[in-house]
Design a protein around this ligand. Structure first.
Ligand SMILES: [Fe+2]
Length: 249
């Protein structure tokens, strides 16, 4: 399998390329709208064709490039079935592996950051989305989030994986790229070292995070698989396509 980790700096999002070497078919996980051309350029340089875009959840901090990429390449939009988005071509569910040539991806239902969140297991790697981050986790105060639910998702679906499984998160804000299940179990400051659930819930309750600045635009945009709402204020325009991009194609 071909595996690449790409970084989008506006929302500090990692997009992942997973591809079959024999067929040249590729999956993009969590592509970000302003970076859609970059993603296609990387695929082209690797001589890969985009077959599927797949999101881990309905994002609040950026807009998915799924629709734009479908329009440009004819790719199929895959997304957790539980979110019931009408724009999705291929609903994904736990216990139903996504297969593309030699690539096998096993969805793991991991609610708690959002109520529909899925992580994706790829053999010795796991794409943890916003459920488990390096030394952290996604917030649990919006989108049906719940700290106790997230604790159980991480313990029951992720911490049961072999310790050497590599953890590839959907974000990092401090320049880190990869961790492992063993490392997070041992030293994640919110969940590691065998912290009981109530300690985690108290940590999450006490975080006092600011209101997410893009959420009011990102949620309707992402429930439509990546439409930039018309009313986005000037200072948030960088989260959508640049004007030069929207005139192309
Ligand atoms: Fe998120």
């Amino acid at each position: 399998m071909i595996f690449r980790q790409l970084f989008e700096p506006i929302s500090s999002t990692f997009t992942y390329i997973l591809a079959c070497e024999e067929t040249g078919q590729a999956i993009l996980v969590d592509p970000v709208l302003p970076a859609w051309q970059r993603d296609l350029e990387v695929l082209q340089a690797l001589e890969l064709q985009l077959a599927i875009t797949l999101d881990t959840h309905v994002h609040a901090d950026h807009i998915t490039a799924a629709s734009r990429l479908r329009r440009e390449t004819g790719s199929t939009i895959a997304h957790p079935a539980v979110d019931a988005l009408t724009c999705v071509d291929r609903p994904v569910r736990e216990d139903e592996p996504l297969l593309l040539g030699s690539v096998r991806l096993d969805p793991l239902y991991t609610p708690g950051h959002t109520d529909g969140h899925h992580a994706y297991l790829l053999g010795e790697r796991v794409l943890t989305g916003d459920a488990l981050l390096i030394d952290g986790c996604g917030r649990t105060d919006f989108q049906g989030g719940d700290a106790a639910t997230l604790y159980h998702s991480i313990h029951d679906k992720l911490f049961v994986l072999p310790g050497e499984t590599l953890v590839y998160p959907a974000h990092d804000y401090e320049g880190r790229r990869v961790s492992s299940i063993a490392q997070e179990k041992q030293r994640n400051p919110r969940l590691g070292g065998g912290k009981p659930m109530q300690v985690f819930v108290d940590i999450m309750d006490d975080m006092d995070l600011p209101y997410p600045k893009f959420i009011d635009y990102a949620l309707p945009g992402n429930r439509a698989c990546g439409v930039c709402p018309d009313d986005i204020p000037e200072h948030l325009h960088e989260y959508c396509e640049r004007a030069s991009n929207s005139r192309q194609g």
